[in-house]
Design a protein around this ligand. Structure first.
Ligand SMILES: CC(C)(COP(=O)(O)OP(=O)(O)OC[C@H]1O[C@@H](n2cnc3c(N)ncnc32)[C@H](O)[C@@H]1OP(=O)(O)O)[C@@H](O)C(=O)NCCC(=O)NCCS
Length: 172
């Protein structure tokens, strides 16, 4: 069974290749690099015999809200030869864990083609995402997208030290 691990910078070309085989939504290499340099902990791959056979590429919101931390799944795919083995489900769970632990995310969103039965089954039935909106003509070929969202639970350590007053109160 292929292993899942955090992506390394040397995996980015193979992630891009996997994307080219699997999806019509493709990105310049710079965009992979931007994800890696900004949120490397959110990128995961699954590999077999040293070859990347699936990946999840995720990011934090471009316009961050001070109160709510939102993450976004940019892209997910698994090569045809390795589908229905539970790999996408695992990749997504690794990404969710990293979002909760390293970014203290409150929720995660994604877009999916309304006709993508496999991905909808994964997101809705397995991972309990909910449809938040339908975005008309979202894709370049005019197909509509469902915007889906899932609540996460912050599990990281607080980044800010507690206020001195709070510390004093807790000690009393
Ligand atoms: C969608 C995709 C990532 C699923 O990858 P996968 O590794 O085969 O998925 P998993 O084995 O983890 O499947 C998990 C669940 O997803 C659903 N699912 C996966 N493939 C399915 C299919 N062909 N038809 C219906 N449901 C499917 C099922 O609920 C499945 O659970 P089950 O096997 O217990 O029934 C893969 O089909 C793919 O790469 N497709 C092309 C790229 C793509 O569409 N990416 C998503 C863009 S939003």
């Amino acid at each position: 069974m292929p292993a899942i691990r955090r992506a390394k910078i040397t995996d980015l070309h193979e992630m891009q290749n996997c994307n080219l085989w699997c999806l019509p939504e493709n990105y310049h290499f710079n965009y992979y690099l931007y994800h890696y340099l900004s949120w490397s902990e959110l990128l995961h791959v699954t590999e077999e015999n040293g070859q990347v056979v699936g990946y999840v590429l995720a990011k934090m919101d471009d316009e961050p809200d001070v109160e709510v931390q939102e993450a976004h799944i940019t892209s997910l795919s698994v090569l045809r030869t390795h589908r229905r083995l539970g790999l996408a489900n695992k990749l997504m769970n690794y990404a969710h864990d990293a979002m909760e632990l390293t970014q203290e995310c409150d929720n995660v969103s994604l877009h999916v083609r309304v006709s993508n039965r496999a991905a909808l089954g994964l997101y809705k039935d397995k991972l309990k995402y909910q449809i938040a909106d339908t975005e008309i003509g979202y894709y370049a070929d005019g197909e509509n997208a469902y915007k889906m969202r899932k609540d996460l639970v912050r599990r990281g350590f607080p980044k800010k030290a507690p206020e001195p007053a709070a510390v004093k109160r807790d000690l009393m």
